[in-house]
Design a protein around this ligand. Structure first.
Ligand SMILES: [Zn+2]
Length: 278
């Protein structure tokens, strides 16, 4: 599933292609029922058609389009996209060959279109006048300057859940998912099953640095394509080639040679080295 590095790759690809472009029209397939949880295809199209895309930001795993204000009453400032499992935003020339599983289409004024492809149909598009509701759902950005070791320590000390589950909680820290949590805990040498409030300051310091470094590596490698993830041009990322534990069950640890193990933590499949992670 797309996590922070995958969503950030799509964002940075789309920014030069979409900024300043005007939305002419929107089409949504009749079977895309989950895509617009608070709207209808007609209402969504009416609300955004005519708007210019002023900016495209990322918050956690969400993409946030800022739309130009219009005179109509239906004039939301923000279009918030979550890719969920298999959502893709592909920027294509209108004359390009069709893509598979396209459930929605945004036509732009420069001859391009933004195609929404979603095999599993769990992705969502929402419109909002402010980002307050989104902010309430999300903890700090792990790559932001504001996220400190002390913040992470406070988050972990408050919780008795496994450290893996705490790091997956978007309200604690925004943008991490199964791949990057497993990788960060390995790099920090912390067992994912540990109760969060038992993690000591020296370990938290390592974990803070590890979270940032695995995410930065993920962004540098344009995301991890273990299954469906692709960037805004449909190309796969390469970070799946650089992971140390994720989906390496039964293979030797790169540090100590022990076999990587798999367990369930907080309902999620978890990969770890039983020797290196204490
Ligand atoms: Zn090891």
């Amino acid at each position: 599933l797309p996590e922070l590095p995958e969503v950030e790759t799509i964002r940075s690809d789309l920014v030069p292609l979409l900024t300043g472009k005007r939305i002419l029209s929107v089409w949504v397939a009749d079977d895309a029922t989950r895509l617009l949880p608070h709207s209808t295809p007609e209402l969504f199209a009416l609300s955004v058609a005519g708007s210019t895309i002023e900016a495209l930001a990322r918050r956690g795993k969400y993409l946030v389009f800022t739309l130009s204000p219009q005179s109509s009453v239906l004039s939301p400032r923000f279009w918030i996209v979550h890719l969920r499992m298999t959502g893709r935003l592909l920027c294509r020339a209108a004359s390009d060959p069709p893509d598979a599983y396209v459930r929605a289409l945004v036509t732009l004024d420069d001859g391009h279109e933004l195609r929404w492809s979603d095999l599993r149909k769990f992705g969502t598009w929402e419109l909002a006048d402010s980002l307050a509701d989104l902010e309430r759902k999300l903890g700090p950005e792990p790559l932001g300057d504001m996220f400190t070791v002390e913040d992470l320590q406070t988050m972990l000390l408050r919780r008795k859940a496994p450290v893996k589950a705490v790091l997956l909680d978007q309200k604690t820290l925004a943008g991490l998912g199964n791949i990057y949590v497993d990788e960060a805990l390995y790099e920090a040498g912390v067992d994912p099953r540990r109760v969060a409030n038992s993690v000591e300051l020296a370990e938290t310091t390592r974990l803070h640095a590890a979270i940032r470094s695995v995410l930065e590596q993920g962004v540098a490698n344009r995301g991890a394509s273990f299954s469906d993830y692709a960037d805004a041009s449909g190309a796969k990322g390469s970070n799946q080639l650089y992971v140390r534990v994720f989906r390496r069950t039964g293979k030797p640890c790169y540090t100590c040679g022990a076999m990587i193990e798999r367990c369930k933590t907080g309902g999620r499949s978890t990969h770890f080295c039983p020797v290196c992670q204490k």
